[in-house]
Design a protein around this ligand. Structure first.
Ligand code: GLV
Length: 325
């Protein structure tokens, strides 16, 4: 039997990489920047397994270029919007992701952003470092309170629920909007208009899909309170950045804090960068050492299972197994 071929599109943490290496001799993209489209196609042609990151677009064209021997695509991320999952399903290829292990880190990041925007931490840091701190003043850099405020969570999956759990400790009232998600952590299900009308903080936790593209648009923002803070740790495409710029610039809402943008990296020409009331960080929701280790392990486990013809421990298109069972 010939040895399965694998392409891993970046150096991932050792926990996952070593698991793959115990079984196989993977080809690894060792640069910090992702492979270009041409490089991705060239290096993955003929492989049996692809382990990629959210920076790689795995569409039907790539799958066809790789060839019919492709047994598994393992994404080192929970979101799979970079993968054309229906195209993989149509070709019988299971797609793996890394749910659960990044829930707490991402909820922590949403909270860190919410606190930073509410208490103007980034602005205050810049203020101090620019030598503007001359005295303590009763009205210097005043922000918003958490206790007694209302948090609206859009999308109540694992991460949305972990945000609700944290909000309990801050004495916040929590509303959520998410079709079919049962209540948890004292959060109350409401329709979207109620959530936007009543929330002082709105945190977005929906996957990017055609139906959630630009869910946060001019109309959505116009329904928010003037003191409201918007936080997005989901995907940049869920938000219309142009509409957000106008809402922030005209003080229609108080502030925004974004972990994700569209595109990534955000162009340095983006007008959002001019705004004092907009915090933007470079997609760091899952960026803790332990979380990235665990993500690499789950991604490796999915890859190895797929190569062995076993069911992926975390498969986003389990319907591929129905066809063959
Ligand atoms: C990160 O954004 C992920 O989807 O894992």
């Amino acid at each position: 039997m010939t040895r399965p071929k694998i392409f891993i599109t970046r150096i991932i943490p050792d926990l996952g990489l070593n698991l793959v290496k115990e079984h196989y001799l993977p080809d690894i993209w060792t640069h910090d920047l992702p492979p270009s489209r041409d490089e991705l196609i060239a290096r993955s042609r003929g492989v049996d397994g692809l382990l990629c990151l959210l920076t790689e677009k795995a569409d039907g064209e790539l799958m066809d270029a790789i060839g019919p021997q492709l047994k598994v695509i393992s994404n080192m991320a929970v979101g799979v919007d970079n993968i054309d999952v229906p195209a993989a399903t149509a070709r019988g290829i299971p797609v793996g992701n890394t749910p659960g292990v990044l829930t707490d880190a991402t909820a922590d990041q949403a909270f860190a952003l919410m606190l930073s925007a509410a208490r103007r931490i980034v602005e205050a840091d810049r203020f101090l470092k620019a030598g503007k701190w001359v005295t303590w003043h009763p009205s210097l850099l005043l922000g918003a309170d958490f206790a007694g405020s209302t948090l609206g969570i859009v999308g109540f999956g694992r991460i949305g629920q972990a945000v609700a759990k944290r909000a309990q400790g801050f004495d916040m009232r929590v509303l959520y909007h998410s079709p079919n998600a049962p209540p948890a952590y004292g959060a109350q299900p409401v329709d979207m208009d109620t959530l936007l009308r009543e929330s002082d903080f709105v945190s977005v936790h929906v996957p990017l899909k055609p139906e959630t593209k630009h869910l946060v648009n001019a109309e959505f923002l116009s329904k928010m309170k003037p003191n409201a803070v918007l936080v997005n740790t989901a995907r940049g495409g869920v938000l219309d950045q142009n509409a957000l710029y106008h809402a922030l610039k005209s003080n229609q809402i108080f502030a925004a804090a974004l972990d994700v943008t569209d595109p990534e990296p955000l162009s340095l020409d983006s007008p959002l960068l001019e705004l004092e009331n907009c915090i933007i960080v470079p997609h760091l929701g899952s960026a803790s050492k332990k979380t990235r280790d665990m993500m690499s392990l789950l991604a490796a486990q999915n890859l190895v299972a797929g190569l062995k013809g076993e069911r992926l421990p975390n498969c986003v298109n389990p319907e591929v197994y129905k066809a063959s069972s």
